[in-house]
Write a protein that binds this ligand. Structure first.
Ligand code: GTP
Ligand code: MG
Length: 198
C-alpha cells in the first residue's frame, strides 16, 4: 500500500473524545521505549510525525494519525515504565485500557516486543488480558537492526517458543526496524488486507 498522506489528527484520553471522523484504526502498544512512535514514523515515511524519545514514557495520550484520509494509525502510551509514580502509571493504564477495550473502530492491535529480549512479565500480563477479552492482535518484533542475523533468529525463535508454551498457535508476527525500514511493506500489506476485507 502506498501512503499518500499522513497527518496528526488529535490526542485524546477517552474513546468518546477521539477525533472525527470515525474511521478504521490500527493501534500500537508495547513496553515503554519499545519503539511504537518510531514505527509509526517509519511506516508513514515521516520522521517527525509521532514524537519519539530515548527516555521512556514519552507518549502519554492516545494519538491519532490520519492516513490517506481514510484510516488511522494510533500511537498509545507504553506500559511497564517503572520510573513513573504509581498514580501516573495507573492513569496511563486506564487510558490504554479504555482505548483497547472500548474502541469500536480498532481493527487490530499491534503488540510490539523488543527483538533483543525475552517476553517480559509486563508483556505477559498484557497479552493474557488481550487473549481473555478476544482482542485481535499481531506481534511486531522491533529494533531488529540491533542484532546480527544469527542472534536475531535465535531470539525470535526463543520468543515464539515462549508464546507457544501458552498458546496453541502464534498470531501473525512481523520483524521491524525503524532504522532500516525492515517490515514496512509487510506490515502495510497486512493492514491493507484487513481494510479491504471490512
Ligand atoms: P514511549 O512513547 O515512551 O512508550 O516509547 P515508544 O515505544 O514510542 O518508543 P520510541 O519510538 O520513542 O523509541 C524509543 C527509543 O528507541 C528512541 O531512542 C528510538 O530512536 C529508538 N528506536 C526505536 N525504534 C528503533 C529501531 O528500530 N532501531 C533502533 N536502533 N532504535 C530504535
Ligand atoms: Mg511513544
Amino acid at each position: 500500500m502506498k501512503i499518500v498522506s499522513a497527518r496528526f489528527a488529535g490526542s485524546s484520553t477517552r474513546t468518546d473524545r477521539k477525533p472525527a471522523p470515525l474511521l478504521p484504526e490500527f493501534a500500537f502498544i508495547g513496553r515503554s521505549n519499545v519503539g511504537k512512535s518510531s514505527l509509526i514514523n517509519m511506516l508513514t515515511g515521516q520522521r517527525k510525525l509521532a514524537m519519539t524519545s530515548s527516555t521512556p514514557g514519552k507518549t502519554k495520550l492516545v494519538n491519532h494519525f490520519l492516513i490517506n484520509d481514510s484510516w488511522y494509525l494510533v500511537d498509545l502510551p507504553g506500559y511497564g515504565y517503572a520510573k513513573l509514580s504509581q498514580k501516573g502509571r495507573e492513569e496511563l493504564r486506564q487510558i490504554v485500557r479504555d482505548y483497547i477495550f472500548h474502541s469500536q473502530e480498532m481493527q487490530l492491535l499491534f503488540v510490539l516486543i523488543d527483538a533483543r529480549h525475552d517476553i517480559g512479565a509486563a508483556d505477559w500480563d498484557f497479552l493474557c488480558d488481550l487473549g481473555e477479552n478476544g482482542i485481535p492482535f499481531s506481534i511486531i518484533f522491533t529494533k531488529c537492526d540491533k542484532l546480527g542475523p544469527v542472534a536475531l533468529e535465535r531470539q525470535i525463535e526463543r520468543d515464539q517458543a515462549q508464546l507457544l508454551e501458552r498458546w496453541e498457535e502464534l498470531p501473525p508476527c512481523f520483524l521491524s526496524s525503524a532504522e532500516t525500514g525492515r517490515g514496512r511493506d509487510e506490515i502495510l500489506a497486512y493492514i491493507e488486507s484487513i481494510l479491504s476485507a471490512t
